[in-house]
Design a protein around this ligand. Structure first.
Ligand SMILES: [Zn+2]
Length: 375
């Protein structure tokens, strides 16, 4: 068993389900045991460790590997520590046919193990970059509201490049879509079900809006394409309206998920929706259904450190992914950010989440290789 594999198995055995998905004070909830374990692992390897308090009982863990000379650049390795819910068997790591199974194996404890593993290897090596400070930040709450990366960014943290850990199949990702949740509400006029002509049916109005979104608006989005990401999308996810069959419904609500491209903003999308409704002679109130929107990511692939990372990963071109992550939060704070990690997003959040052990080891080696290529 390699050190990286051992580290990952230990991480899987420590539940760190995002508390947003569990009842209060659930024993599997929170990142604390994982953060403490990483802190003691890093301290044993001779690195300095601190915690950044973010929410009650929930802290980012920050590990620093200082260079011998004066710091000329800082590289941040930033995977998240939380996972989605799991059944209890998923906290028992299982090795089978070159794979390691368990909750978080690919999303994103695999990246945690590869990134901290790379740092431990460099800390113990005879030579390492002389002027590059390497910081590992294990972030909380990515799966819910990205409180960990938001706190890190708000605290004034600076780096020359952030490599955010997510399962990208070892591809360097420079762009991802953003995500907006919006609520649309129609208002009608209640009346007796026997005399519907005396009322105004809010459900009927909404039915026409749903149709317009899923056909005309979806087609409009398909025509606007990003080089790495393709088109933005819209999905009507929930609908709720009316009280009982014999009352003309007074109100109806839907919530929509809109995946955005770089350059698209929440206010822009709301304007676009209002224009669509006006053009089809429909009307609804449009409001935000999420505390903070997840922004899209677009990092210039010609940035020197991004180019160097691409070269050392032997990748000709950067790629884009559909899902969002902490990278856009760090990028919005002025830190050039890419996404990189072992495993495939297709296995994330599944009942039999797994990671290829070969890929896990390769991720650690690629990170060591890239960091060693810096002065
Ligand atoms: Zn993730």
């Amino acid at each position: 068993m390699t050190r990286t594999e051992k580290l990952l198995a230990e991480l899987i055995a420590l539940p760190s389900v995002n508390p947003a998905f569990l009842p209060p004070r659930h024993p599997q909830a929170g990142e604390k045991s994982v953060a403490d374990f990483l802190a003691s692992t890093a301290a044993r390897a001779g690195m300095t460790v601190e915690f950044q308090k973010v929410l009650p009982g929930r802290s980012n863990v920050i590990v620093r590997l200082q260079p011998r000379n004066q710091v000329r650049r800082t590289i941040l390795l930033a995977p998240h520590l939380d996972t989605v819910v799991a059944d209890s068997t998923q906290f028992i790591p299982q090795r089978k046919n070159g794979r390691l199974y368990g909750r978080g194996a690919c999303d994103t404890k695999g990246s945690v193990a590869a990134m901290l593993g790379a740092l431990c290897e460099l800390a113990g090596a005879k030579t390492r970059p002389l002027e590059t400070e390497i910081i590992f930040a294990g972030l909380i709450d990515e799966e819910h509201a990205q409180a960990g990366s938001r706190a890190l960014a708000a605290g004034g943290f600076r780096a020359d490049l952030a490599i955010v850990g997510e399962p990208t199949r070892l591809q360097v990702v420079t762009a991802h879509k953003g995500c907006l949740w919006l609520r649309l509400a129609t208002h009608g006029h209640a009346a007796h079900g026997a005399t519907p002509h005396l009322g105004k049916n809010a459900v009927h109005e909404m039915a026409r809006i749903v149709n317009a979104l899923e056909t005309d608006y979806a087609a409009q989005l398909k025509r606007r394409k990003h080089k790495l990401l393709g088109a933005g999308t819209v999905n009507v996810g929930t609908i709720c309206g009316g009280v009982q069959p014999n009352i003309v419904p007074e109100s109806c609500n839907i919530s929509i998920d809109r995946r955005t491209l770089p350059g698209e903003t929440e206010s822009g999308v709301r304007r676009e929706l209002q224009a669509l409704l006006r053009a089809e002679k429909l009307s609804a109130k449009v409001e935000s259904a999420k505390l903070a929107p997840a922004l899209p990511l677009e990092t210039d692939p010609r940035h020197p450190l991004v180019r160097q990372f691409l070269r050392s990963a032997k990748q000709a071109r950067p790629v884009g992914v559909d899902y969002f992550c902490d990278a856009s939060v760090l990028s919005a704070a002025g830190i050039p950010s890419v996404v990189f990690g072992p495993g495939d997003i297709a296995q994330a959040h599944t009942a039999d989440e797994w990671i290829s052990l070969k890929e896990l080891e390769r991720a650690k080696d690629l990170l060591v290789g890239f960091l060693n290529s810096l002065s």
